[in-house]
Design a protein around this ligand. Structure first.
Ligand code: IMP
Length: 434
């Protein structure tokens, strides 16, 4: 059995897209388990750049099966925009993509609702991706959501859609934003898209469990990151799904007893997009230098990412929540030119040290990070593909991250290409994937 969850250790954008793409060749199936087209996984293959939002990065490997699990919310318009772009770039999608009949369908009204709540005076703006993800999950939890299986049943869909949209229209009217949507035209558009989705839809929990029983291997691809998890993240500055490892089971229907390992992904530093606490954010010239060297701008929204230093206590927290067996450190080369590199080794409020991760934004904002400063290596690591070839100070930096966060670093990425990757011999990472 080799079924592994790969997910982000912080607030998303850890470089999972490339890692999932690199590792996909070792698995038969790649499955997404939560989120929607708020995710943006950038993968470079030669000159070609692919930004995958809803479709698992594994789709770029011919012969692999890709699954969109029940835990996702799907905007069919976004789905087909992505499918069409991939197919016109020569990637075969429709033959190898399977979509859960239990996934929820996202409608334009969800975006409208989100725009309203994000912009409302007196409400704390989360700084969302404005894709309507939160309101779609609200409908799911409110038991009024429309699922892919409902969309495929034309008569039932009409009745359900009209009833749900009547409620939405009443809210929109009360808020004076009713004119923005043509509910009947959208229904017709979704009915047409249902016919395009139909051939890809199945009970993906059954598909995955049967495949596992037959000896096939599955990689579960997390989107966003643990600190954006609805339960475990920096609430309310989180996304609306279960991005941490537990979500892989609820979001696909594969039981915990079938999971063999969990791998976390982190950059050699940290970034965050949108609002919310970020203890090690570098608000000085060094943050700007990281942003420039790392080209830290959102793959979905283009927003500049907030940049800061590696946070070991935060990593200890997310390692505990997810049970990380090993860590992948990406974008090591971005730190190549720094004289000194800071790493947070603890938090303090006054002279009291903080144990664990506090639950409220106010408590997190009150903490002061305690830093240790490591010497930079000031040598190019870009493209290095063997651990031995790394400069000694870069190896010291990796060893320090391992020691302070308590998780081995089994894989290091030194550039966007597939071959710019180091897998450490003898690591748990290597064993988990062989
Ligand atoms: P939502 O997922 O659009 O509701 O946004 C909620 C929060 O999650 C915002 O801070 C977003 O910036 C953040 N977020 C959502 N998806 C991603 C992602 O793929 N990478 C990084 N941040 C994300």
């Amino acid at each position: 059995m080799r079924n592994v969850i790969i997910l982000g250790s912080q607030w998303g954008d850890e470089g999972k897209g490339k890692i999932v793409d690199v590792l996909a060749e070792r698995f038969d199936i790649v499955a997404r388990y939560q989120g929607g087209h708020n995710a943006g996984h950038t993968v470079f293959i030669g000159e070609k750049k692919f930004v995958l939002k809803l479709i698992p990065s594994g789709i770029l490997r011919p012969g692999k099966t890709a699954v969109i699990g029940n835990g996702l919310v799907i905007d069919p318009v976004a789905l087909f925009t992505e499918i069409d772009a991939l197919e016109s770039a020569g990637v075969k999608v429709t033959d190898s993509l399977f979509i859960s009949n239990r996934a929820h369908v996202l409608f334009p009204v969800h975006r409208m609702m989100e725009g309203m709540s994000e912009g409302r005076p007196g409400r704390v703006s989360i700084g969302t991706t404005s894709r309507g993800i939160g309101p779609c999950y609200e409908d799911k939890a409110g038991r009024r959501g429309i699922r892919v299986a409902d969309l495929l049943d034309r008569e039932a869909f009409r009745a359900q859609y009209d009833s749900v949209m009547e409620e939405k229209a009443a809210i929109a009217k009360a808020l004076g934003i009713y004119d923005e949507l043509d509910f009947a035209r959208i229904r017709d558009q979704y009915e047409a898209l249902a016919e395009r989705i139909r051939p890809m839809v199945c009970d993906t929990a059954l598909l995955l469990n049967q495949a596992i029983a037959a000896g096939k291997t599955v990689m579960f691809e997390g989107a966003q990151g643990t600190m954006l998890d609805l339960d475990h993240g920096t609430y309310p500055f989180v996304t609306s799904s279960s991005a941490s490892a537990g979500g892989a089971c609820t979001g696909t229907g594969v039981p915990p007893t079938r999971i063999s390992g969990v791998i976390g992904v982190s950059k050699a530093y940290i970034t965050r997009v949108g609002g919310g606490p970020f203890p090690t954010e570098a608000l000085d010239g060094e943050g700007e230098a990281i942003r420039k060297r790392g080209n830290e701008f959102g793959a979905v929204t283009g927003r500049p990412r907030r940049c800061g230093w590696f946070d070991a206590p935060l990593m200890r927290y997310t390692a505990a929540i997810n049970g990380f067996d090993s860590l992948v450190v990406t974008k090591l080369d971005v730190l190549d030119e720094f004289d000194h590199i800071r790493v947070c080794v603890g938090y303090r409020v006054g002279d009291r040290s903080v144990v664990g991760m506090p639950p409220t934004v106010a408590e997190i904002a009150a903490m002061e990070p305690v830093y240790e400063c490591l010497p930079g290596w000031r040598t190019q690591t870009f493209g290095i593909d063997s651990y031995d070839a790394l400069p000694a100070k870069a190896k010291d930096y990796i060893a320090f991250l391992e020691q302070k966060s308590g998780v081995e670093v089994g894989c290091i990425s030194t550039g966007p290409e597939r071959n710019q990757t180091i897998v450490r011999a003898g690591s748990r990472f290597e064993r988990l994937l062989s």
